[in-house]
Design a protein around this ligand. Structure first.
Ligand code: UDX
Length: 447
């Protein structure tokens, strides 16, 4: 008989995982403590913009016409305990207020609520990004509370999905990592992931600490790549070199690779910044802080890019103050194909210029609502063209495809000054220059 799966926490990770498990053919019951979230999902709607996710939900959520009915929702822990063979814990682990460390309270409360209802053999699988050592502690919690005793155990299975590609990354992961303590746990997880493994996804079996560390190590490596190229951009800027060419040229070395070498205003979002900070905090607790001091530099190179973008804009506007200057900002989300503005470099730059007296008008294809909520005092326009109308300078800060497809000639007709600063090194300088624009980007020659 096919495994019954539950998913605890229906945020970004959980909603996607639950829908993907239903797509793989399993019966899925998902729980969230927030009623409104569940009500939305029951209608096949998602709380965030993620390409393909609503389609996937509608295909499986029970009660929606034409669906398989394999995905249901509940708020009842006893129902979850009675239903599941495998329970995925997908709650979030934000940065603690005023500290680098990660806030484990949601994970602890999820495990604490579930464990007393584990009355039959079950595998609890943590997917949240946690400080190394957490799984060991949570296993002890389960052992102490589960009525099923040793038949209820824990595994750790970090998630590597990217926003904007969440559905694809979940259905076709580039690797599956499982930290397990028994053959039975490994066997169950091989059963859950039989389809992607059959399609060629590598299945890596480790102990608990290694599984936890794989996630933070991967994110630290990605953050390091981005800050590395941004550091090179700073040097190129000083030496009049071209960081885009440099990235292309080093990227041909397949030990280095081309990806994640796009210089610009740096990384943001709900994962990379908080994950590298939590990793430093945890290494400190373990007495291994020296090993990760380089991440402090990665973080500070990254945060510096935002200030440098502001200075580039100031300089392009003649060097004085932003007072009375009209600044068009294209992009508010931390990356394209997402409506997420958490720790968004684009919104940060827009905010800094606004707070220094600039008249900032923002346009983003999907992030307007969230941006307005976080920064209600910025100006907002309904299209790129409207944002650019009357602008003294245009800042391209999130690399949406829509912005690459803009017509510089049409935009040039409405802008006060044809001055564009590309904070993502994603536009074609030749195209903009041919339409009479002055094009500037960090780490690239002026003409
Ligand atoms: C990241 C990891 O990629 C993912 O594996 C993990 O599970 C969660 O964290 P995500 O937060 O969706 O995913 O963002 P990602 O695609 O990694 O981009 C992060 C940031 O880096 C964005 O702000 C992006 O604009 C920036 N970036 C990316 C660059 O500045 N340059 C690059 O070359 C690539």
């Amino acid at each position: 008989m096919s495994l019954k799966i539950t998913v605890i926490g229906t945020g970004y990770l959980g909603a996607t995982h639950a829908a993907a498990m239903a797509e793989l053919g399993f019966e899925v019951l998902a729980l969230d403590v927030v009623k409104e979230k569940i009500e939305k999902l029951e209608r096949g709607e998602t709380p965030m913009y993620e390409p393909g996710l609503e389609d996937l939900l509608r295909r499986h959520v029970a009660g929606i016409e034409g669906s398989t009915g394999r995905l249901r929702f509940t708020q009842d822990w006893a129902e979850v305990g009675a239903f599941g063979d495998v329970h995925f814990v997908c709650v979030n682990t934000p940065q603690k207020h005023g500290e680098y460390a990660c806030d484990m309270s949601y994970v602890e409360s999820a495990i604490g609520s579930l464990a007393p209802h584990l009355t039959r053999p079950a595998l609890v699988v943590g997917k949240s990004t946690v400080p190394v050592g957490s799984a060991d502690r949570l296993a002890a919690t389960i052992a102490g509370l589960a009525p099923a005793g040793a038949a209820a155990e824990l595994a750790w299975n970090p998630e590597f999905l990217r926003e904007g590609f969440a559905v694809d990354d979940t259905l076709h992961p580039d690797r599956i990592v499982v930290g397990v303590r028994s053959e039975r746990a490994e066997k169950l997880l091989r059963e859950v992931y039989a389809t992607p493994v059959g399609e060629g996804s590598p299945f890596v079996v480790t102990d608990f600490p290694t599984a936890e560390l794989v996630k933070t190590a991967a994110n630290s490596f990605l953050a390091t790549k981005i800050s590395f190229i941004n550091a090179m951009a700073e040097v190129c800027e000083a030496a009049d070199g071209d960081v885009a060419k440099l990235a292309e040229a080093i990227g041909y070395d397949d030990r280095i690779g081309k990806k994640f070498l796009r210089a610009g205003i740096g990384f943001g979002g709900g994962c990379l910044p908080k994950d590298i900070r939590a990793f430093m905090a945890r290494a400190g607790e373990l007495g291994a802080d020296q090993a990760l001091t380089f991440l402090r530099e990665i973080d500070s190179i990254n945060m510096r890019q935002r200030g440098q973008m502001v200075e580039l804009a100031r300089e392009a506007l003649g060097g004085g103050s932003f007072l009375g200057k009209r600044v068009a900002v294209l992009g508010a989300t931390f990356k394209p194909d997402s409506d997420d503005v958490r720790d968004s470099p684009a919104l940060n730059v827009a905010g800094q210029i606004h707070l220094q007296g600039g008249q900032v008008t923002v346009y983003d294809p999907k992030g307007m609502e969230n941006a307005r909520r976080v920064f209600p005092t910025l100006g907002y326009a309904d299209s790129a063209l409207e944002a650019v109308r009357g602008a003294d300078v245009v800042l391209h800060l999130t690399e949406w495809r829509e912005f690459r497809e803009l017509d510089p000639v049409e935009l040039g007709e409405v802008a006060t000054t044809r001055l564009i600063l590309d904070g993502r090194n994603a536009l074609d300088p030749a195209l903009w220059r041919a339409a009479g624009w002055t094009y500037r980007a960090m780490g690239r020659p002026t003409a």
